[in-house]
Ligand binder design. Structure first.
Ligand code: ZN
Length: 238
């Protein structure tokens, strides 16, 4: 009985040791994944909320889609070691009868001392319009951030939409590099269905994350990475 108990205890210890070693081994194999965004603060602002639903699709309103996608994006950054600050986490954070107080939110965003601000919105337009597009307002940092993210989104969706400058309150008042990712057209039934699909949300946010990570790491690649190809699971190209 004792021997058998010892065996189980040994197996348990082995599993615990393996469990503890696994993330370390992974971090050594893929140094980009585990630690390079450590200490970075990413502010994610899912657009609209409260009594401002944003644009209307057939199945959903924009505030809901923005929040769902933003919550998935948050997970990628957290896996890479960043700290994520969300302007809202649930639909109830901004009660339905309350206004989306963009000015108050902006003051709060600027006090959060984030390294970047990523606004998430859905686009709207003619029924045939589709594809994600990244916007910025001013400054080289915001432009390059928008460019890197849009390049990843072009790769993922084959959209021909390009980075565009836009005068938006949030982008204009942000005191850190800031972009607005219009993740797709909620007014296009096909694209709306995709935006509501958890697998598509996972892939789409992956490319927004990779674009942002590329912007962060530019020129600051660890020396041991310079001679080695990029981790294939992070930068898959065919
Ligand atoms: Zn919007």
């Amino acid at each position: 009985m004792l021997r058998r108990g010892g065996l189980w205890a040994g197996l348990l210890v082995l599993l615990v040791v393996m469990g503890f070693n696994w993330p370390l081994a992974r971090a050594q194999q893929f140094p980009m994944a585990g630690d390079l965004l450590a200490g970075r603060v990413i502010i994610i602002d899912p657009g609209h909320g409260g009594y401002d639903p944003g644009a209307h699709g057939i199945q959903a309103t924009e505030d809901r889609v923005n929040l769902e996608v933003a919550l998935v994006l948050k997970q990628w950054f957290e896996r890479a070691g960043a700290r994520v600050v969300m302007t809202r986490m649930t639909p109830r954070d901004v009660p339905k009868h309350k206004k989306y107080r963009v000015r108050a939110r902006m003051v709060w965003i600027n006090h959060s001392r984030g390294d970047v601000l990523i606004d998430i919105h859905c686009n709207s337009g003619a029924k045939s319009f589709h594809g994600p597009q990244t916007f910025y307002w001013d400054g080289a940092a915001s432009y390059h951030l928008a460019y890197d993210v849009q390049e990843e989104l072009q790769y993922f969706t084959h959209t021909r939409r390009t980075v565009t400058r836009i005068d938006q309150y949030v982008l204009r008042h942000a005191e850190m590099p800031a972009i607005n990712v219009e993740i797709g057209f909620i007014t296009n039934a096909k694209e709306e269905a995709k935006l509501l699909n958890p697998e598509y949300q996972r892939d789409l946010t992956w490319y927004i994350f990779v674009g942002t990570e590329r912007w962060f790491l530019k020129g600051r690649w660890p020396e041991n990475l310079l001679q080695t190809p990029p981790p294939t699971h992070l930068l898959i190209r065919d």
